[in-house]
Design a protein around this ligand. Sequence first.
Ligand code: 9MR
Length: 370
Amino acid sequence: MNSMKSYLLLLSTLCIAVLFSRCTGKMSAQNATQSSRSTKGLKDYYKNYFTMGVAVSPRELRTDAAKLVAEHFASVTPENAMKMGPIHPRENEYFWSDADTIVAFAKKNKMKVRGHTLVWHAQTPNWLFTGANGDTVSKQLLLQRMKDHITTVVNRYKGSIYAWDVVNEAIDDNNQLYLRNTAWYRICGEEFIAKAFEYAHAADPKAVLFYNDYNTENPGKRDRIFKLVKGLKDAGVPIHGVGLQGHWSVNNPSREELEQSIKMFSSLGLQVQVTELDVSVYAGRQGGQLINGQRDTSSTFTAEMEQQQLEKYKMVFDVFRKYKKELTGVTFWNISDRYSWLDGRGRKNYPLLFDRNLQPKKAFWEVVNF
Ligand code: 9MR
């Protein structure tokens, strides 16, 4: 009887031990998944595809978002710090501090830097287009100023910046028009574009030089951008890539539009990068600005928005992976939903992969699940 009792005791101890070990086994597998979830960054998932980047400001790099940037991204783009207005406020005065902070952060964290942007119609300083008598500057003087600016800025960051957006948004949105009617264009004609690339190339022959624009999947605008970059390429201008900004929304672009843009631009022997990616939760092109005059006053990230957005992110990353040979970089425009440039459009947007608490959103898990 006693031996029977000790046999049963032994058996039940064994059962408990087996159950316990199974249970802890499961738990440690779960922990492993969770910890690999939190330690693996976006850039690691995409290591064999393309460089994953993000636009930053020096202010954000002084917050807890800096850790997220270093963990998830392999490249940074200054959101504003290298634009002509901020970096070159007066003819004989440069303001380097903000740009330097970003470049130093990238160095410290072994990240690349994309320079943005040398020639644009917006965020230009007042002195640029004004001559000595207060009248409009001559073409010759404007090109000289452009050359001085490009040479000085590109030289300063030579070896630290691997790619530059040389000319930004030179094509008009109106299908009936070609080049945007800017002061650059009015004073210099089309030539300012080729000159900008030449000056940048002379300053840093190793830098990869991009033409960058938005609505690049809209067939009309896409064809006019194609005409411009093909003309530059045919003329021997040192242009190496086309930046698709990627200010998209839950309803555009379509898979076909996106694939067509990547195929067309890369057919010219140019690299393609997505340079300013975000997926607005509101409908419409270019960052989901209001369409048809509709006004949506809601500022909640609804379950429907979340679902539509994750589907769009899933689709575009599926396409990016398919074109990994053509696509050399994907950069998000801002870090998390805590701050996006789209917030300034009258309503809160939620266009990124991390939420306001810097946690990965559902869309993040879709993007890394392949
Ligand atoms: O995100 C930038 C925002 O902080 C600036 O106020 C704005 C000024 O026009 O520029 C934003 O960035 C733009 C980028 O430089 C070029 N493509 C469109 C981006 C969003 O407007």
